[in-house]
Write a protein that binds this ligand. Sequence first.
Ligand code: 4AD
Ligand code: MG
Length: 466
Amino acid sequence: MSIISIDDIHKNRFLINQHITVFGWIRNRRDSKCGISFLDLYDGSSIKTVQVIVNQSIFNYNTEVLRLTIGCSVCIDGRLVLSIGKKQKYEIQASKLMVIGWVDFPEKYPVAAKNHTYEYLREIPHLRSRTNFIGVITRIRNTMFHAMHHFLYKKKYYWIPTPIITSLDSEGAGAMFKVSTLDISNPPRQKDGLVDFKQDFFGKESFLTVSGQLTLESYACSMGKVYSFGPTFRAENSNTTRHLSEFWMLEVEQAFFDLNEISELSEQIIKYIINFVLKHCSNEMNFLQNKIDANIFQRLEKFLSSEIVHINYSDAIQILQDSDYNFKNPISMGMDLFSEHEKYLVDHYFFNAVFVKNFPKHLKAFYMKLNNDGHTVSSMDLLIPGIGEILGGSQREENKSILKNRLLELNLNKKDYSWYIDLRRYGSVPHSGFGLGFERLISYITGIYNVKDLIPFPRTINHALC
Ligand code: 4AD
Ligand code: MG
């Protein structure tokens, strides 16, 4: 007797006629008049269920089998056979069925019905992974993790676990969650009345990281090719389909690399991940084609076969200004792009993904390399169809004096960044990197345009269930 998964059943013909044991949950039960029940069983390993035939000769048929409802967990011993039914290839003829867990009040089981709205499922994140839909997302997300690590490992990048707790605002944007053990209702205060963070756990003000980039740079400046991958936190007041307060970001950093080289690498990684998903998640992609986006394969194939467009920020503004489109936010040189502008460029102008490069320095973070023109920085945002920005990156400022000036211009405390300036003091090198929003990439691949449905337990403003 061997315990196997439903995915094994569908992939291994050699199991036919063998006695097997399967664990899982009931997705459906039908009973025939002649004392046979048909159970559909799922176990998370595959989008497919396996049909189990249970005959009334089983001792607990009347007492238990006929009482099974959606969501009950069971263990089944039986023989795997080729099915004569048209709907499935294989089925299990059960010789024994053991109920492991009943469902309390089946009529109230929150995920019993087949179709639920996304909104409803978001309210029950602890149960929604029982639906086919979230199962599909979970397997695709998992495959993407593997693809990403696989690509980077093969190319000899080191995975650096950058810290989640930090005292630095990496982006200089201020949207950080505080980490403190002080009594929030009565914190210790300095003479001037301000909170005395010297008495806090780390002896200074600390936060959840908005990006691992700065610490990653320190490793790039010694190990050469590095990346970090982990949860990232932003206390932004952005209640949109693209924003989470806790999201996952892949950050890659490479010494002796310029902006063009890093943008090329980012394109290769994204394409590798998409190819990997198409190869390893065909059942899941077919499900999404039927339910979400009939055009999913053509859309991704087109992305894979075309080269991403590269334009300068100033050209992007010119295109937007020349268009007849009635933007809610009229654009002018020096302004940041709104989501509607990003979408116009990719969905209505280029019909392709676009790297927008060399933004004015006042729109970007302090660490980006100042171009020779003195007012733009060597930066890039990757915009993709249907989504907008999916990735941001830059060449980093390797010149100590320019970096110090930038900190000054942005009113950032030089002392806080002294270790970061050290990297420019001791054997400074040109280096570049980027950050890829993982949920946004899942969104592009799956065609599901709300990132709240693409992370198991979404955290957004006023929303942090479980
Ligand atoms: O453009 P961002 O802010 O860049 C950085 O954090 C750099 N330090 C990265 C680097 O160069 N190492 O964020 C990078 C990407 C964005 O392009 C977007 O895809 C995603 O992270 N992102 C979010 N995804 C979901 N929810 C949010 N609130 C996000 N904020 C950024
Ligand atoms: Mg950005």
